[in-house]
Each structure stands twice: as C-alpha cells, then as structure tokens.
Design a protein around this ligand. Structure first.
Ligand SMILES: [Zn+2]
Length: 112
C-alpha cells in the first residue's frame, strides 16, 4: 500500500472514532470495507472544496482529507461515515427528487 493511502486511511480511522460515527458504516455497520470507507457530506457549505477540487490519485485524496479533517472534527453532524458501497448507493439515489425516491423505496419494500 502506498504511503499517501496509508495516511488517508489513518485519518479516516481516526475520524471514524468520533462519537457521531460509532466507528462503523451508518448503513451496514462494518467498521472497515475492502473497497474503502468515506465521509458523506449531508450538507455542503457554500465555497467549500470537494474531492474533485484536488488532483487525481492518492496525493490529491490525502490533501482532500487533510483539508476535510478539521471540518469534520468541528461539525461531525454534517457528515455520515459510510462504506464505499453504501456511499455509492446514497449518491445514486440523490440523483432523484424526493417523489422518485419515495416511489423507489415503496417498490423496494414491496419486492421480495
Ligand atoms: Zn455499508
């Protein structure tokens, strides 16, 4: 594993221990996933950087997490800790408006 990636994971594991995150994915409760873990922004603030504002690769990801760390520490309630699999699911569902989300959940609950 690359050194920058190690540093990113160290930051994530440290932040995951904040009370708010209970050291586990909000959805499936795993504490670590082979595909990685991430902090989902429940609410972005105006003028705040996103991951895409940083360069591609581990260097950019490390810079992003160094940027994000104090923001998460200051206000963990603005974030959810998720495995990448469930972060992908949440991100996908966010593409739809509330009515469509409701209909999707209704259908999912009815389906066997
Ligand atoms: Zn999960």
């Amino acid at each position: 594993m690359n050194n920058d990636q190690d540093k990113v994971n160290k930051i994530k594991r440290e932040l995951a221990k904040l009370r708010q995150f209970r050291n586990r994915c909000y959805v499936c409760h795993v504490s670590w996933h082979k595909r990685g873990m991430t902090f989902h922004h429940i609410k972005y603030h105006k003028n705040e950087n996103t991951h895409s504002d940083f360069v591609n690769g581990y260097v950019g990801t490390l810079q992003y997490y160094e940027y994000l760390k104090p923001i998460i520490k200051k206000n963990p309630k603005r974030f959810a800790y998720l495995c990448n699999s469930h972060h992908q699911t949440v991100t996908k569902l966010l593409q739809f408006n509330h009515d469509k989300q409701d209909r999707i959940f209704k259908l999912v609950r009815k389906s066997r």
